[in-house]
Design a protein around this ligand. Structure first.
Ligand code: FAD
Ligand code: SF4
Length: 518
């Protein structure tokens, strides 16, 4: 007999929120559908671990819902590959179960939101939109608190959020007297610190069946295949990695947040939480992550300092929520912004890690091996390099969106185009995050084992970041000098003799023309 459901509830791959109100009660007239989609696995070249993690987490989520008594249809690529697109699959599913009502949670990606909203006009069933019940800052408030195209600063948003949610507050004043302890969070790792770095919590999830499907359906993927997969693929594992972070990493999180090293096998993870994937697919809520960190801070006074916990809270309550608001207020135009008219191709070594620049080979190597690298790699190494060299932000975006396990467009785009490439002209960042080799040398131990010399600017073995930095500043002087924070740099540049400046710019041109061989 044909199975009939009154309503279908569609769950996207990044909507694995088991605490959503949809799941409060079981009901035989409702069918939850979760589907592996070729369009989602193929819109850019994703890292194979990213596709495997999403598909494995979706499967686990479907099983957990079923165990709680819900009716669930979990479709694999084998069942969905024949459908032209998501709308076709939805129409087919609705008709198959004679369902009259279609429900979806508002997608966090503009493209998918448009797809879902267009269903109302196209189909003859009722369509209802729901909030994902994940973020702290209400979606509807974005329009009233943010202005499209206007520069916004994370710090003022963050202070409002601290007050609104009464986090690390004493009345209307911040606990400890300061809102932000960023200046205390910029230590380099010294030799003695290296042995203390915790071994990262990893999992052993068998994804062979998924890898087989990826091959069978010819999904073009990149990066290193890993089976078992080390990333969390269930809520239980996500909670375990949160516990691990609070126990072992939080006490030094802020202190070494910007540090980089290649001297330990844990260089890729350091004290970072690696919670971004679990958060972005909504296996964890930002509220519970913050609550857990605050609880640890409360119980382990003396062991976890205020600056460590504030540094962490700022990332989740501040940056993550702020970035989302920037995305929604500025889409769709944001995805084509190119303030510096950068137009070069991304060098091939971004896909292989084969470059003589030690900092770049480490950052790219981690990304290809783990589908992850920490923030300062993304911002001050690979991102900085692309901006200085003048790589087309379209190419940069597509690399970041594909390569990272946590890359979903709402968070990847403002971070890449905005924060790292300044392609939005300053909507996200108050100045371009441009730095010469000196910054990398200060924050890491890469330079001592690099083919290039960080102290040199124009010689054959000179660190490419050095001439590229001055070339970038010189080329965009007209716009950068208007910013008091970057204008200072030109004083140093102008003090150099004209011949010297000429040599630096000539060296930069040589570097730009030989990007592939660096
Ligand atoms: P931790 O260092 O432990 O930080 C804790 C949490 O804070 C993260 O899990 C994340 O949820 C949040 N957070 C910290 N910084 C940011 C930020 N700038 N924006 C949003 N959330 C933040 N993050 C993504 O989640 N997805 C992306 O696709 C992504 N792309 C990025 C691209 C570039 C060029 C840059 C510079 C940053 C990008 N980020 C992205 C932000 C940040 O680098 C990652 O969130 C972080 O590295 C994830 O690792 P973690 O969980 O160990 O973070
Ligand atoms: Fe990177 Fe330059 Fe240092 Fe080499 S010398 S590791 S290229 S900053």
């Amino acid at each position: 007999m044909k199975k009939v459901y009154r309503s279908v509830f569609w769950i996207l791959g990044d909507q694995l929120n088991s605490n959503h109100s949809w799941f409060e009660n079981t009901d035989d007239t409702r069918l939850f559908v979760i589907a592996e989609l070729k369009q989602e696995a193929s819109y850019c070249h994703h890292h194979v671990q990213k596709v495997a993690a999403f598909f494995a987490s979706m499967k686990t989520f479907a099983a957990a819902l079923r165990n709680s008594g819900h009716h669930v249809l979990h479709l694999t690529l084998d069942e969905t590959a024949g459908f032209e697109d998501l709308q076709n699959l939805i129409a087919h599913t609705m008709s198959k179960f004679s369902a009259k009502q279609f429900n979806y949670q508002r997608p966090d990606e503009y493209r998918l939101l448009m797809d879902m909203r267009s269903l109302s006009g196209l189909m003859d069933f009722e369509v209802r939109e729901f909030d994902t019940e994940h973020f702290l800052f209400p979606y509807d408030q974005i329009k009233s608190d943010f202005v499209r195209g206007k520069a916004h600063r994370m710090e003022s948003f963050y202070r409002k959020m601290r007050k609104k949610f009464d986090i690390l507050m004493e009345g209307d004043k911040p606990v400890g007297g300061a809102w932000n302890y960023d200046k205390e969070n910029r230590e380099k790792l010294k030799k003695n610190d290296l042995t203390d770095i915790p071994s990262p919590k990893i999992f052993k999830n068998d994804v062979s069946e998924i890898l087989e499907r990826i091959r069978k359906h010819k999904i073009v993927v990149t990066g290193q295949e890993m089976n078992p997969l080390i990333w969390p693929t269930s809520r239980e594992q996500a909670l375990e990695i949160l516990d691990f972070f609070c126990e072992y990493c939080l006490p030094s999180f802020g202190r070494f947040q910007d540090a980089m090293t290649c001297q330990t096998e844990h260089s890729w993870s350091l004290y970072h939480s690696r919670l971004s994937y679990a958060l972005n697919v909504k296996m964890l809520s930002p509220r519970e992550v913050i609550a857990k960190a605050l609880k640890c801070f409360q119980y382990r006074q003396g062991e976890i300092s205020l600056s460590q916990v504030e540094g962490f809270v700022r990332q989740i309550l501040g940056w993550r929520e702020f970035i989302r608001a920037i995305y929604w207020i500025n889409m769709p135009d944001y995805s084509t912004k190119n303030y510096f008219s950068a137009d070069l191709k991304l060098p091939d070594f971004f896909w292989t890690g084969k470059t003589k620049m030690k900092c770049m080979s480490s950052a790219i190597g981690d990304s290809l091996k783990y589908s992850y690298s920490h923030h300062i790699h993304r911002l001050m190494v690979t991102g900085n390099f692309c901006m200085l060299a003048g790589i087309d932000p379209e190419e940069v975006d597509s690399w970041y969106l594909g390569i990272y396990i946590d890359a979903v467009q709402w968070v990847e785009l403002p971070n890449t185009r905005g924060m790292s490439q300044y392609a939005d002209g300053g909507i996200v960042a108050s100045k371009p995050y441009a730095a010469s080799g000196n910054y990398i040398s200060k924050m890491s131990d890469y330079c001592s084992s690099c083919h290039y010399n960080v102290k040199e600017v124009t010689t054959e073995r000179a660190c490419p970041f050095n001439s590229l930095y001055w070339h970038f500043m010189h080329k965009h002087r007209d716009v950068l000098k208007q910013n008091p924070r970057t204008n200072l740099v030109f004083k140093g540049w102008d003090r150099k003799a004209e011949d010297e400046r000429g040599l630096v710019l000539q060296k930069a041109q040589e570097v730009i023309h030989s990007l592939e061989t660096l």
